[in-house]
Design a protein around this ligand. Structure first.
Ligand SMILES: NC(=O)c1ccc[n+]([C@@H]2O[C@H](COP(=O)([O-])OP(=O)(O)OC[C@H]3O[C@@H](n4cnc5c(N)ncnc54)[C@H](OP(=O)(O)O)[C@@H]3O)[C@@H](O)[C@H]2O)c1
Length: 259
């Protein structure tokens, strides 16, 4: 088993949901955290809590990952010791709307493609060479069941997650012959702020995907992320699809009606 204490872990989208849960789970293992998101206040709150509870060393970077052309320079500006990234969790991402493709909003499409694909590429393009220099590292991409099967209204979000899946496979192939590991963790329904973001703050509508089921939590996914990172160095968990028990595909979900 690989021990993570004093490992440096970079997590994008650490201000909420799966990313914040990953930060807590890695902190419990003694890792040092480089946390990136737009909501710096949330990052600092999390960092304070982790420093208090686990003495975690955190570096918070408030940054809009849509500025993907500025990602290399943003990362080059972190203090030298933070270039020794042992685990990169490419987690930041979002869905916007469920409009049919022919009725879709071009700005929504741009946002999803910028964050889910271009930012993941730019962060990976910067950090993987650092890993190669040290001959150590693990890239963990948060994909989705939406990267395995499209669903009605999922069009562009699904396309971005199909892209993430292709990129995870491509990264693994391009890193063959190096010690760098690549993992894709692909969840089904996880109750986070995801749905609230998708439905642009409509909290009632945001509850519907989780109605009548016990959804996954950010912690369920974080546990799989940390478990993958802790496998022995010769073991590469390549892809993990995680559903709530009530879900079997993007569209097949058993919901219990409450009396
Ligand atoms: N929830 C699900 O059912 C589910 C299922 C499968 C896969 N996923 C994937 O899991 C990942 C995490 O989602 P989540 O469920 O944890 O959603 P969430 O609670 O909404 O968290 C999303 C995170 O991404 C960050 N982010 C979004 N846009 C950003 C930007 N422009 N710049 C920097 N950071 C940005 C957010 O930070 P700020 O807003 O502070 O910037 C936030 O920390 C995503 O890639 C998502 O596609 C989620």
């Amino acid at each position: 088993m690989v021990k993570l204490n004093d490992n440096r872990v970079l997590i994008t989208g650490a201000s909420a949901g799966i990313g914040a849960a990953c930060a807590r789970a890695f902190a419990e293992q003694g890792a040092k955290l480089l946390l990136i998101a737009r909501r710096g206040d949330r990052l600092r709150e999390l960092s304070d809590q982790l420093t208090r509870d686990h003495k975690t060393e955190c570096l918070c970077v408030e940054f809009d990952l849509r500025q993907h052309l500025s990602i290399p320079s943003m990362l080059e500006q972190v203090p030298d010791e933070w270039r020794a990234i042992d685990v990169l969790v490419n987690n930041a991402g979002l869905a916007r709307g469920v409009a049919k493709l022919h009725e879709g909003d071009l700005d929504d499409w741009d946002e999803m493609i910028d964050v889910n694909v271009k930012a993941l590429l730019a962060v990976s393009r910067t950090v993987i060479p650092w890993m190669l220099k040290r001959q150590a590292g693990h890239v963990i991409n948060i994909g989705s069941i939406a990267g395995h099967e499209a669903y009605p209204g999922g069009n562009v979000y699904c396309a971005t997650k199909f892209a993430v899946r292709a990129l995870s496979r491509g990264m693994k192939m391009d890193l063959t012959g190096t010690p760098i590991r690549v993992t894709s963790i692909d969840p089904g329904l996880v109750e986070t702020e995801f749905s609230k973001v998708r439905f642009k703050g409509d909290t009632e509508r945001a509850k519907l995907p989780y109605k009548g089921i016990i959804p996954l939590t950010g912690e369920d996914i974080a546990e799989a992320v940390v478990w993958s990172a802790m496998r022995p160095a010769h073991v590469n968990i390549t892809e993990m699809v995680i559903f709530p028990t009530a879900q079997s595909s993007s569209t097949l979900v058993h919901r219990e009606e409450k009396a």
